[in-house]
Design a protein around this ligand. Structure first.
Ligand SMILES: N[C@@H](CCC(=O)N[C@@H](CS)C(=O)NCC(=O)O)C(=O)O
Length: 201
């Protein structure tokens, strides 16, 4: 199978990290949807990465859909999300917080890049507070007993490590480690894991 999407995209990176964590071999195509929107639209009607191309030729779009497929592929014993119940809901909620951090971090970056007289400071502040709220919620789930922990790797942890590093990369002023010290420890503990090391942009 082939994963299309630059690792600068946190959505693509969390899929790549999941593929590596699950030991599923894949080819990688480094497409950046912002730099080559035409090609992205050819692969995905809404022009976004990641796209996963299966050996059958089928195209899967959207990281959540792709991750759901990977879980189906490896089966319930190895899946990154529990199959049902409260444990499944909790895992998906935390992953949703991480993907919202991806979105708001990107939105804040875009807003900050506007020419000075077009910037809307109230929007930048709103995105900043949403990102802080998300990091604090992930931090509360980061402990030995929490869902975000070093092992075994699950969807909440993969998505959270990617969220932390993405927020830190785009907005070092945020001081993600001070906002989310327990999550920062998990990120540090997992820093050299192939899933993260091999996908770091
Ligand atoms: N819901 C999608 C979001 C994917 C997404 O926003 N990808 C961004 C990169 S981080 C993209 O390709 N954007 C290109 C564009 O919007 O033109 C997913 O989970 O895969």
């Amino acid at each position: 199978m082939k994963l299309i999407g630059t690792y600068f995209s946190p959505f693509s990176r969390r899929v790549a990290a999941a593929l590596i964590a699950l030991g599923i071999p894949y080819e990688h195509d480094d497409l950046n949807g912002y730099k080559d929107p035409e090609r992205a639209r050819q692969l995905n009607p809404v022009g976004k990465v990641p796209v996963l191309v299966l050996d059958s030729g089928e195209h899967l779009i959207d990281s959540a859909v792709i991750l759901d497929y990977l879980d189906e592929l490896v089966g319930t014993q190895r899946s990154l999300v529990p199959t049902a119940g409260e444990a499944r809901r909790a895992m998906l909620q935390l992953a949703a917080i991480s993907t919202t951090i991806y979105e708001q971090t990107t939105a804040r970056d875009f807003e900050a890049r506007r020419t000075q007289d077009c910037i809307q400071p109230n929007l930048i502040e709103r995105y900043r507070l949403q990102t802080i709220g998300g990091l604090q919620a992930l931090d509360a789930a980061s402990s030995l007993q929490g869902l975000i922990r070093k092992a075994p790797l699950n969807l909440a942890t993969i998505s959270a490590v990617v969220a932390f590093e993405y927020a830190q990369m785009l907005h070092p002023d945020l001081d993600a480690a001070a906002i989310a010290p327990s999550l920062a420890r998990v990120v540090l503990d997992l820093g050299n894991e192939p899933a993260f090391q091999q996908t770091r942009p």
